[in-house]
Unconditional design. Sequence first.
Length: 240
Amino acid sequence: MNKRISVLSIPIDCVTMQEAIDRIINFTKEPGLHIVATANAEMVMLANQNPILHGILNSASLVIPDGAGILWAAEKQGETVPERVAGVDITKELFRVAGKEKLPIYCLGAAPGVAQQAVDNLQALVGPVPIAGVHDGFFDKEEELNIINEIKESKAKLVFVALGVPKQEEWISEHLASLDGVVAMGVGGSFDVLAGNIPRAPKWMQRNRLEWLYRLYLEPQRIGRMLAIPKFMWTVIRKK
Ligand code: UDP
């Protein structure tokens, strides 16, 4: 079992990409629903104001260090997280492994057509993957029931949900709790990136922990939400 640390009362699993993949594949062989979350500074700050999200993260099977802020906070606490495991990257790797191990995948979320485009791009990259279903993330209550039934009946082993934080985590916890031997993971804007609609930050920016800055450059309207990053840093420093 990998070390689990706490950043502002949110658990973070100190895993590498490979360790995260191995744990997730093992979860599909264990009973129950396994929630996997990808944590960044924004999510940690939100969870500290949202008891539902806080509870979900604290009972999640795996909380992946997705954001550079998490690595920074761990260092400030005198701990080390081995590497950043970005949601987009682990989604790609899980498609690769699911293809090899024949694990059906269900993709829910993003604007109409986006998740399907992401699936097509990923299959072009990693080869055939069993797809249990694909649905966009804009649905009414009636359609929602169909989606939940479809996921349950599809025998999906990996369910990727892209509805944004905290909607995706709350949706998974509220609607998929009865599933068995299934991993459900919130992936935020990953389908938009994997569909090719939003470019990924250049490698040098990723290496220098500046992916958030590139995101802000692409989507300046995120500035309000991104104020959570300096607030997060300030809270970590003050707590120390
Ligand atoms: N989204 C959705 N349904 C909704 C709200 C959002 O499918 O009701 C999608 C949206 O199209 C986008 C993703 O959820 O693809 C959220 O991306 P964002 O980058 O905002 O995620 P976060 O930063 O919250 O992880």
